[in-house]
Design a protein. Structure first.
Length: 317
């Protein structure tokens, strides 16, 4: 890993320590009151060029200290706006582990994108309506935080979630999709409790990647045996969730069905309102996994590449 000298102007922001190859800031930031309004572009030229840094930072949101891990690739110019990918880990994980398992940092370096990995409280995302923290609002506030320090293209902000993080991603798409260009979820679903609160005005491009042998988020639906996914959540079948989003995005049937391999089938609704899209990658025989990525080669293909190929073709108008 290459290391770059940082200017005194950056060091003056707060105490900065290089530990294990990561740049860690000891100064927590205080976030503004969470807002679900469209987030304006906020560009910064504070970082010199070239820069390639991994930073662990914290800020206060809703009275609680929230942490995140931020990866910035080498870019041509610190003022050149880059796509932002918000990656929500699964239960029992933290942001850095999500980075390792998905290899999203390596992808970001190839395509030129910023990736932020927030940490759920107690290593999970509380998606219950009775939760003390509003994690949907937190994600929007986090995006604001990143926009203050990086040059982000406001038309290309994406969210991807794994398992429990994927359920939060679909909840966000239902309740507050403003400012989000597209989402992708892996080994996740949209519980019936959230579907009833889904706003109907704004379509959002969505990719789902699910395995037919997943026992945590069952393909046929039911109540998950793992309470870390979310307590008392009623999970519909994966085809039912796809049909929900197809109706939500006003997609015209029939979809295009592509048998990519003997274990991967992709169903794509591409004729949807406002250029949105609904896609399902069905992994025949796969369990509760992120195939490929940091796990290495998989018969089910590379989920990391599949996610980016979908997200990158969508932007806000």
């Amino acid at each position: 890993m290459k290391h770059f000298l940082l200017p005194r102007s950056l060091l003056a922001v707060g105490a900065v320590v290089l530990v294990g190859g990561f740049l860690v800031s000891s100064q927590a930031q205080t976030a503004r009151k969470p807002s679900l309004q469209n987030i304006p572009a906020k560009r910064s030229t504070a970082l010199p060029q070239p820069y390639a840094i991994d930073v662990s930072q914290a800020f206060t949101d809703q009275g609680q200290r929230r942490t995140y891990y931020l990866h910035t690739p080498i870019a041509d110019s610190p003022t050149h706006p880059l796509p932002l990918l918000v990656a929500l880990h699964g239960s029992g994980m933290q942001g850095k582990e999500m980075a390792e398992k998905t290899a999203l940092n390596q992808l970001a370096d190839q395509v030129g994108a910023v990736v932020v990995y927030p940490d759920g409280l107690k290593q999970k995302w509380n998606v219950s309506g009775q939760a003390p923290e509003d994690n949907v609002a937190f994600v929007h506030t986090l995006i604001e935080q990143v926009q203050r320090s990086r040059s982000i293209d406001p038309q290309r902000v994406y969210v991807v979630g794994l398992s429990n993080g994927g359920i939060l991603t679909q909840k966000l798409a239902c309740e507050a999709p403003n400012g989000i260009a597209a989402i992708a979820t892996v080994a996740a679903s949209l519980p019936n409790q959230f579907a009833t609160h889904c706003q109907t005005q704004q379509p959002i491009p969505l990719l789902m990647v699910n395995g037919t042998a997943d026992t945590i988020v069952p393909w046929q639906g039911g109540t998950s045996p793992d309470v870390r996914i979310g307590r008392n959540l009623s999970i519909p079948s994966i085809p039912t969730v796809v049909n929900f989003w197809q109706r939500h995005n006003a997609c015209s049937p029939p979809p295009k069905v592509d048998q990519v391999s003997n274990v991967v089938e992709v169903t794509d609704y591409s004729s949807c309102k406002d250029g949105s899209e609904v896609m399902l990658a069905k992994l025949e025989g796969a369990g509760h996994v992120w195939a490929g990525g940091g796990y290495g080669q998989s018969a089910f293909g590379d989920t990391t590449q599949r996610v980016w190929q979908f997200l990158q073709r969508h932007s806000l108008h």
